[in-house]
Design a protein around this ligand. Sequence first.
Ligand SMILES: Nc1ncnc2c1ncn2[C@@H]1O[C@H](COP(=O)(O)OP(=O)(O)OP(=O)(O)O)[C@@H](O)[C@H]1O
Ligand SMILES: [Mg+2]
Length: 597
Amino acid sequence: MLQQPELQETSSIKSTQRVLKSLSTYRWTSLGALVSLLLLTIANAVTPQLFRWGIDEGISQKNLQIVLCSAAWMVVAAIARGVFNFGQSYLAEAVSQGVAYDLRNKIFSKIQNLSFSFHDQAQTSQLLTRVTSDIEQIRTFIGTSLIQVVGSLVTLVSIAVILLLMNWELALITLTSVPIAAWLMAQFVTRNNKLFRQVQEQLSDLNAILQENLLGIRVVKAFVRESTERSRYTTLNDGLVSANMKTISAIRNTFPLIFLLSNFVTLAVFGYGGAQVIGRRFSIGELVAFNSYLALILQPILLIGFAAPAIAQAAASAERVYEVVDAEVEIRDRPGAVPFDTCGGRITFENVSFRYPGATTETLKEVSFETKPNELIAVLGMTGSGKSTIMNLIPRFYDVTNGAVRIDGRDIASFTLKSLRSHIGIVFQETTLFSGTIRENIAYAKPNATLEQVIEVAKTAQMHDFISGLPNGYETIVGERGVGLSGGQKQRIAIARTLLTDYSILILDDSTSAVDAKTAAQIQAKLDGLMRQKACTTFVVAQRFSTVQNADRIFLMDKGRLVAQGTHDELMQTSPLYGVILESQVKPKEKNHPKLA
Ligand SMILES: Nc1ncnc2c1ncn2[C@@H]1O[C@H](COP(=O)(O)OP(=O)(O)OP(=O)(O)O)[C@@H](O)[C@H]1O
Ligand SMILES: [Mg+2]
């Protein structure tokens, strides 16, 4: 989504504020980091005073005891600095890990909750970048940049006060350098902000190509596009390097100026302060101490300057992360939703029209039907006619645009999603398996199913013989997305996985399209009894003549409309389209079928 620049700025400020608010979960650790930081600043500020004391009271007065004593205190201060430095960075790091941990969990469970329509439109690589790189930016901001900025501000103010108290004339000379340095840093940041953002964007583009190629490596190889993909990646990689080099040269150009400024200040302090020492208005010890503070006062500005781009990046990242965290869950339980417990088998579509979110035309137009208990419905239609869309509406993956879907007379929107979906067994048109064993995949929805139960559904899906023939049987590991299995085998595991659930409505969307006709018929035969016994209604998006013939009724879809319904014989007589579709779409059961040969 394109945003107005000002809008973007305010929302990135808001997102940063939200990140800061999230620190309250870790308020004690954050407070510990802050206390360590203050103690560190004190230890830093004390050291030059010890120098002054050692020089003025010790060296000048030839008092060895004070010299040794101040030296000993300096050692103590150095140790304290080490301890508090460790303390502040350790605690800040701990807070940052906690915040990142919470954000990762939050975004992950949000991704789980978001509706199909969100995932239809979101890019996987974008989501991945948000969960990984963007959250990492936020973590770095909390763990490093934030403490740097707070520490720098505290140091800047406290040192300025000490300098003013020590010698206000010299202090004013010194402090003029602060706004100049701050201005130089601000220039650097505003001039290069775009550059920093560019680096980040280029990095995520590069990741997107990498991810796409990892997922689609087989397609890349099949189409012999390796060199094109390589050069696409190299071009972006070159861009990233040159953007990075630009930021480095910007840093090179600005920082010497600040160092030069600090040298001028040192000279001025040495000259003016030296004259005051000669005039006995300032002691040598004080001059040395003053000079040590100089190093401390320019350091914060440099640190803030270094932290600024990281903060800008983190703000942009926070905005992207909260965009997902705040994304509206379109499909959720309505107030007063009741659990869906029994199914009588009457599924009604009442003038259902449906348009996919973002689409301009309606995918379903005024579809109306009603099923009877224990009916087996075959849905038939040309590709793109809306068969899968009808199936998606029953478990409420999408809400209807107009009309209503009812089960036993009750609008499905009045049921809790969890209960509704756990009563619907669906085999998707596209099979997705997870990495793990075959047994784990089949028992995905019921992890504590016994091996016997797993074997039983595998037998129904005609997979048992194949699985038991494998050296590791049901414990065979399948790769990501089921690599190692054929298309038809994957489909059959998906069928077994669904059969193991407590479905009462069964939806099979083209689920045997990659299985050979004989096996499909065997599955069909096994399923038939099961469907009628366990399911109150079954929908099968038909690919085969045997399914159509077995069905109690056939729904014929055409361009989003339900154009005809009836038994095979009825439709053969009444619908010319039915004949056409049977011929063009449905795989013949037997070669001698006159219409299908
Ligand atoms: N997630 C989506 N977002 C937008 N439009 C979609 C989406 N899914 C499907 N469509 C569109 O809706 C129409 C119907 O798609 P659907 O998947 O229901 O067809 P189908 O009948 O199942 O086809 P097939 O036989 O090829 O599986 C198509 O024109 C398709 O472009
Ligand atoms: Mg489909």
